[in-house]
Ligand binder design. Structure first.
Ligand code: ARG
Length: 284
């Protein structure tokens, strides 16, 4: 064999070796990148939490009226505001009846029957839902029967805020929503911390989104890492809690996809909707 052939062969060998290591190394690398990728993620950019850290969180399970043989499956989140009341989003329950739901409290899981299961006796939707702007007044009360066994640990009511949050305050959102815009839902409860964005700034961000009915009204609030992205609620988190210092300030409502740098998540503004909530709560 001539020396040039030897050089050629060893070059091939090295190439081959490099190629196999790269090919073997790459998928792992990519998997890891995918997990921290923007804009999609899970409750995007979040962390695994425990129901004891968000004991007000419930999973709203639903089944279609034409498929009574099916199991109830996770549709939305919600927050326990008393032993027999859950606050969720109007868009979660519009056009449905109470018998289509179960509420699961005290569980870390999106599926299965861990925790406590109860039924919905009444749905009280905000009558001004979608009036004035798209997704405006996106709240509904669910009256539970039997009431939940509050235990001050994994099943606990959260206080409603009476003042809107300050822009820049760090809020915690949680849920079993999708791990990417249009992706798969999380099996375990996730949470993420995101700063509140002022309505003025948020309204500018949404200036060119959708038609003119998409506006950030005072009955909404926004949260997100502006200019950064990567942290947000996503599909299936709807109806769930946005909490600042142990008070419920927001209900997951809508957004342009999920976790985009230029589009904060939009929430029903609990403090602004407080009078509706108080008037519509059944007397104890
Ligand atoms: N509408 C969605 C749902 O039904 C929630 C959207 C929240 N989106 C967001 N980017 N924060 O679950």
């Amino acid at each position: 064999m001539s020396p040039s052939w030897l050089v050629y062969l060893s070059a091939c060998l090295i190439c081959c070796l490099v190629a196999t290591t790269t090919v073997r190394g790459l998928p792992l690398q990519e998997d890891q990148d995918a997990k921290i990728d923007i804009p999609d993620g899970r409750i995007v950019g979040g962390y695994v939490t425990d129901i004891a850290q968000c004991p007000y969180q419930i999973s709203l399970r639903y089944k279609g009226i034409t498929t009574p043989q099916n199991a109830y499956s996770h549709r939305c989140g919600g927050s326990i505001i008393s032993s027999n009341e859950v606050l969720t989003a109007a868009h979660c329950v519009i056009g449905t009846v109470p018998s289509q739901y179960k509420v699961v409290a005290g569980s870390n899981y999106r599926t299965g029957s861990d925790g406590v299961i109860t039924s919905v006796k009444e749905i009280i939707m905000h009558e001004g839902y979608f009036s004035g702007a798209a997704y405006n007044n996106d709240v509904a009360l669910l009256i539970l029967d039997p009431p939940l066994p509050l235990n001050n640990f994994t099943i606990k009511a959260i206080q409603l805020a009476s003042e809107p949050p300050l822009p820049g305050a760090i809020s915690k959102i949680s849920g079993w929503g999708t791990t990417s815009s249009g992706g798969t839902a999380s099996d375990v409860l996730l949470a993420v911390d995101v700063p509140i964005v002022s309505n003025e700034v948020c309204n500018q961000d949404y200036e060119d989104f959708g038609d003119e009915t998409y506006q950030i009204t005072k009955e909404m609030l926004c949260a997100g890492k502006r200019g950064v992205g990567g942290a947000d609620a996503c599909q299936g988190d709807s109806g769930g809690p946005l909490v600042v210092r142990d008070q419920l300030y927001g209900v997951v409502s809508w957004g342009n996809r999920c976790a985009l740098a230029d589009y904060p998540g939009v929430y029903a503004n609990v403090a602004e909707l407080r009078s509706w909530i108080d008037v519509n709560r059944p007397a104890l």
